[in-house]
Design a protein around this ligand. Structure first.
Ligand code: CU
Length: 115
């Protein structure tokens, strides 16, 4: 009986370790994050793309103007999703719950400001 219990505990421990290892594995490498922005037009799209393309670790940026979602693929070893959001706010746009930096927002052309 004790032997069975011991094996059971061992098995549980092993699968737990495996799950943790897999979780860690997922964090490494390229990831895509979807960020809700306040982009209004193609100029906004370009501005956000340029701002993010200049950040180390950012692989690609796509801004969907229909829903204002920026899909950003990045290397999580080099940059975090929060750093990407910060890059968007620095360009003058909202990024999820983070508000655009006021100074950058003021510099945007009138057509790019929020209605
Ligand atoms: Cu615009």
């Amino acid at each position: 009986m004790k032997k069975i219990l011991f094996l059971l505990v061992c098995g549980l421990f092993l699968s737990l370790n495996l799950a943790i290892a897999q979780g860690k594995g997922k964090k490494v490498g390229n990831q895509t994050v979807e960020i809700k922005t306040s982009a209004q037009c193609e100029m906004c799209e370009e501005r956000i793309s340029k701002a993010l393309a200049g950040q180390k670790g950012v692989k690609s940026v796509k801004v969907n103007l229909d829903n204002q979602i920026a899909s950003v693929t990045f290397n999580s070893n080099q940059i975090t999703a929060d750093q990407i959001r910060a890059g968007i706010t620095k360009a003058g746009y909202d990024a999820d719950d983070k508000k655009a930096e006021k100074e950058a927002y003021k510099k945007l052309p009138a057509c790019c400001k929020k209605n």
